[in-house]
Ligand binder design. Structure first.
Ligand code: B12
Length: 324
């Protein structure tokens, strides 16, 4: 089947974010034998004509659209992005009769509402590599895709969804450079996103990562695989800075240490960052290893102090340990 995958996100908030999830899904669909094209709209000015052109040239049998952001998460100056994504869906709808499948973090957080609002045909919640490929197989054979975990569709005018299992092992690379041009991202200072695990064991009251996006069980990607993907990015796409985009990068410690030691063994030097760390197991040895590996920054939001499951804030526990 010919599959066109569109990255709808044009935001530059903090950094422009390359379509890591969409590329991973593209790789899975291609491995399953489909002919796949990716249209990255991030730096396109003429969105409508770009979509129309891609559809008329490629004649896709299915169009997948990634919805990364719903809003800017800023309570003081809230901005909602969904009117932009609905417009993109409308342009696709007018240009082709192919079924439209939504996916991505934004789509997964409130799937019923997103499916209905965008008037799409299907929605894939959470990990897309397995469920999207199963959906493609069902569409190819003309079989009812309803029982696929993580896939939703409109039924009798109402959204109907089989919840995701968060059970698939995590063994995929996204290989973003194989699917999109990294140069404009690089020019804006964005790093190459890479994931070393999926899942989050915390149950912080303000966060939906574990309940909606990745599940509560950690699914670890073998460190050697992660570093192989980095190696390809360095050699083929001249990437010099990476950002680990795990929900919590430094858990579990042994996995994180094995990964960093593998990076040190490689002949190249790169700059590393991580989107999210827990202060719980950040000790001087770990910080020293991170520095030697190339870490120059990481973010840790103040709310990480909520430990949820233990009843004690992590910061408080760390302080007690230091005092002891
Ligand atoms: C890392 C990260 C960042 C980094 C990105 C760094 C980088 N180099 O890429 C930084 C810090 C820059 C960042 C910034 C922002 N972020 Co952010 N970010 C994340 C985080 C933690 C991980 C995203 C990621 O890379 N996941 C890994 C990939 C593999 O997963 P994925 O993209 O979801 O893809 C999978 C599925 O969704 C699905 N899928 C994806 N696309 C498609 C398409 C189809 C067709 C199908 C079938 C399936 C499918 O399959 C994929 C593989 O399994 C998520 C939270 C989370 N745990 O997901 C928030 C998250 C995505 N961010 C969010 C937001 C809002 C933002 C900002 C707007 C915040 C701000 N105001 O500045 C900006 C926007 C940045 C931008 N330019 O778009 C929200 C989005 C939801 C919402 N409320 O809108 C999230 C969910 C966090 C939250 N608090 O809820 N972010």
């Amino acid at each position: 089947m010919r599959v066109l995958l569109i990255y709808s996100n044009q935001r530059r908030d903090l950094f422009a974010a390359p379509p890591i999830g969409l590329c991973s899904v593209a790789g899975a669909a291609a491995s399953a034998g489909h002919e796949v094209r990716v249209l990255d709209l991030c730096f396109r000015n003429r969105v409508r004509s770009n979509i129309e052109e891609a559809i008329s040239k490629f004649s896709p049998g299915v169009v997948g659209i990634s919805i990364r952001n719903i809003d800017n998460l800023n309570l003081l100056y809230p901005v909602n992005y969904l009117s932009e994504t609905r417009e993109i869906v409308d342009v696709v709808r007018t240009a082709t009769n192919a079924p439209i499948v939504l996916g991505g973090a934004g789509a997964s957080l409130m799937p019923a509402e997103i499916l209905e609002y965008h008037r799409a045909d299907f929605i894939v919640v959470s990990d897309g590599e397995v469920s999207f490929v199963q959906l493609l197989a069902a569409l190819d054979r003309g079989v009812n895709p309803q029982p696929i975990p993580g896939v939703g569709m409109m039924r009798n005018g109402r959204p109907s969804l089989v919840p995701p299992t968060f059970a698939q092992p995590f063994t995929y690379g996204s290989h973003v450079g194989r699917w999109v041009d990294l140069a404009p991202y690089r020019r804006l200072g964005s790093s190459y996103p890479i994931q070393t695990k999926r899942g989050c064991t915390h149950s912080c009251i303000y966060c939906l990562y574990s309940s909606r996006l990745e599940g509560t069980r950690l699914r670890l990607r073998p460190p050697a695989d992660v570093v192989e993907e980095m190696d390809e990015a360095v050699r083929r796409y001249r990437v010099s800075s990476f950002e680990f985009v795990d929900s919590v990068f430094n858990e579990p410690t042994d996995h994180c240490v094995e990964l960093l030691e593998e990076v040190i063994r490689r002949p190249w030097k790169v700059t590393l960052a991580a989107t999210s760390l827990t202060p719980g197991n950040l000790d001087p040895n770990m910080l020293d290893l991170m520095w030697r590996t190339g870490f120059r920054s990481f973010s840790m939001s103040p709310e990480s102090a909520h430990a949820g499951d233990t009843g004690f804030p992590v910061g408080y526990r760390a302080e007690r340990r230091l005092r002891a």
